[in-house]
Design a protein around this ligand. Sequence first.
Ligand code: NAP
Ligand code: MG
Length: 405
Amino acid sequence: MQKIKMTTPLVEMDGDEMTRILWGQIKDELILPFVDLKTEYYDLGLAHREETGDQVTIDAANANKKYGVAVKCATITPNAQRMEEYHLSQMWKSPNGTIRAILDGTVFRAPIMVKGISPVVKTWQEPITIARHAFGDVYKASEYRVPCKGKATLSFVSEDGAVQMNQTIYDFECPGVIQGQFNKDSSIRSFAHSCFQFALSTKQDLWFSTKDTISKQYDHTFKDIFQEIYDQDYKARFEELGITYFYTLIDDAVARVIRSKGGFIWACKNYDGDVMSDMVSTAFGSLAMMTSVLVSPDGNYEYEAAHGTVTRHYYKYLKGEETSTNPVATLFAWSGALRKRGELDGLTELAAYADALEKATIETIESGVMTGDLSSMWEGETPAQKVNSLEFLKAIRSRLETALS
Ligand code: NAP
Ligand code: MG
């Protein structure tokens, strides 16, 4: 069989622990036999981040900007215990945070649905994609534990030194708490553009919700910016495609999401997206069955799995025990990135290969062959056959070979 050609390299960001093992297996079994793979390789494994003073993460993110498309393996975000385990000189920052800051993107997460594993919410027939604004609000807030009686004020001093606003937050008669949050129009605009672009490219409706009735300046600004950008830049294209942009109060959105059939994108502010993506992914099945892609407002894409490095399984693997870790999310990161590369470079064969790879994966599970995390949720007609990760990948490979021959 002739291998499928690529023109532009894909930025490949390798990672840690069990997902690093799966990474190699996915490439060996499902990609290299079929594709004349061209990548620019960056090792984001923690040992190499330490060796390079984390420069490798910055270089990888810049390569993502240069070439447009990257695929990333899950990576360890160090904590005190990892400092000892890996003899680190510093508690390096989360690679995802570093990459996000350089690309200025929005993260889109969507469940991978298979027959035989049904969502907890009975009405959901299509995936619900959560778009989380990954900048500011409570994640960059200033906080203070008020210890005694006293007055908290909020003020703004403009560049020229003039006090534009000074208002009492609360006159404390006892101890309490205060918090100051911010966001920037530029970041909200980027978020809005990423969401509208993603809706166009996936041909799905876009919902956006905030608490603008209570937060008349802060949340209302989000609402106004989205509306302005929609009217100016996207309304015509949305109407052409027959998709809609829909704004509603977050309480109303939650109720509508639960009663919906799915099949849309739900854009959320940072905190809402953090919480709602965990709820939605759990209700759909598991994190191992979620795709995750970071989309920058200028059209760069970074594909990854939504889960972490699956440390518990890795320690078992190191002891020589058999593991049945689910490689689907990592595999879909590869197929998503290769499809996007194919679309951008006009390589229809490469895009078709990515479709075939995803189809073979879903059919393998629907035929009853799956990893342990899924077999415990299985409600299909054929009994589930629990296999280890490599056996699962080999079962996908034989289906893919048939499909492509
Ligand atoms: P995790 O790696 O997502 O794993 C948590 C648990 O979820 C696992 O122990 C396993 O449950 C289950 N699980 C997750 N992915 C699975 C898969 N593919 N197949 C089967 N089961 C799966 O989260 P964590 O243990 O909290 O974090 C481990 C490391 O990952 C940390 O160092 C963290 O910093 C890093 N992390 C990285 C990213 C990223 O790079 N995007 C995201 C999150 C966390 P059972 O043990 O019950 O089987
Ligand atoms: Mg969360």
